[in-house]
Design a binder for this molecule. Structure first.
Ligand code: ZN
Ligand code: ZN
Length: 381
């Protein structure tokens, strides 16, 4: 249900009139709404009005004419590109953005089986990736920008002799993906301060000693988010979907199976499953076979065998499963602007089950919060 929109008031000093279509050009550039009733009123109010520009100097919405599906806006400029010392091994795409070996293997159905030494390499990088995610998550609070989270992730990677895998991967501009509220995935860290009530996903991947390790979690920002039954429902459902799908993993599992379990559980919570982005093989390549969809009745190819490594990373929405990409060509929003949440682990298939290479530690920030009882009852009714 939507509220009726009240007429917009003029921003002019001591003006009670309704606003017309005239907007302050400086505010417009910054992505702020400020409408005036007339040019005269705007001029008269200028000396007082311009003080609000101070706070937002240099900050702007890069795509002011894009119709955003939700309330979130990009807050530019992005900080300058961060650098990685030459002494740290870089992945092949670090220079020009193109992951050539991935393209060679694209669509291949033969899934790599890692030998003992390679498995040890994956264990190591995944352990480091967990450390970095936990360090970043500990910094989350209202007022902190996602650009600051990016800085924290970047530094923590370098301290671990690791390259932050997202940096320049197909020209992604930052070292981590931060996806707030209606953003499904691939959010670009920028100058927007986190707000009490936001949910934010941090998706960390490290490249260390020739291997990539990938994980993400969604966190509640401040106390308001944990008190919002809808936010808790989508976050906890997505956390449970990942856990339930990991329970399936062992030799013989079909890569089309996790999607059935995930979508079934999402539906019991009145949530939907994103189809456009999938789990993936990961090893010396960031993304490779197998493809692991999170939705039911998919046609994914392949069977799990000991030594295979891949991610499962369900993206769960409160509203439609459909997504829409911002004009930055990365940020994926829900098409209706409703909340989305995600969790991801990198998994190694063992002789008789699975090893969660990016498992949480006793000290890891975040973790499950109970779904308010009223919500549970509503769903059972
Ligand atoms: Zn990831
Ligand atoms: Zn991933």
């Amino acid at each position: 249900m939507t509220a009726e929109v009240a007429p917009r008031k003029c921003m002019g000093v001591d003006c009670d009139k309704n606003a017309g279509t005239l907007q302050c050009p400086t505010c417009l550039k910054a992505g702020l709404d400020s409408y005036f009733c007339s040019q005269d009123c705007f001029k008269r109010s200028w000396s007082e009005h311009k003080s609000i520009h101070k706070k937002t100097t240099g900050i702007y919405n890069p795509f002011p004419s894009f119709t955003y599906p939700g309330n979130l806006r990009p807050v530019y400029p992005l900080s300058p590109r961060r650098t990685v010392p030459k002494t740290i091994p870089h992945p092949e795409y670090a220079k020009d953005g193109i992951a050539r070996s991935e393209q060679k293997f694209v669509g291949r159905n033969n899934i790599k089986i890692l030998n003992k030494e390679e498995q040890e390499g994956m264990r190591k990088v995944c352990r480091l990736a967990r450390e970095v995610l936990d360090i970043a998550a500990a910094e989350l609070k209202p007022g902190v920008t996602t650009d600051y989270i990016d800085e924290v992730v970047h530094k923590a990677c370098l301290e671990r002799d690791s390259y932050p895998s997202p940096l320049n991967y197909y020209n992604f501009p930052k070292s981590v993906c931060t996806s707030i509220n209606e953003i499904i995935c691939h959010g670009i860290p920028d100058q927007r301060p986190l707000e009490d009530g936001d949910i934010v996903n941090i998706d960390v991947t490290l490249y260390h000693n020739g291997f990539h390790g990938d994980l993400n979690e969604t966190y509640y920002v401040g106390d308001k988010a944990k008190a919002n039954p809808d936010a808790v429902r989508v976050v906890e459902t997505s956390r449970e979907c990942l856990d339930m799908s990991i329970d399936l993993v062992k030799p013989g599992m079909l890569f089309r199976d996790p999607g059935n379990v995930i979508e079934k559980h999402a539906k019991t919570r009145n949530c939907s499953v994103v189809k456009s982005y999938c789990g993936h093989g990961i090893n010396q390549m960031f993304h490779c076979a197998p493809n692991v969809p999170h939705y039911a009745r998919n046609k994914a190819v392949g069977t799990a065998k000991p030594g295979m490594v891949f991610t499962i990373e369900p993206m769960i929405n409160l509203g439609t499963h459909r997504d829409r990409t911002w004009p930055d060509d990365w940020t994926s929003s829900t098409a209706d602007g409703a909340l989305s949440a995600q969790f991801e682990h990198t998994l190694l298939v063992t002789e008789d089950g699975v090893e969660v290479l990016t498992a949480r530690l006793p000290t890891s920030p975040g973790g499950a919060v109970p779904i308010p009882a009223a919500e549970e009852a509503k769903n059972e009714a």
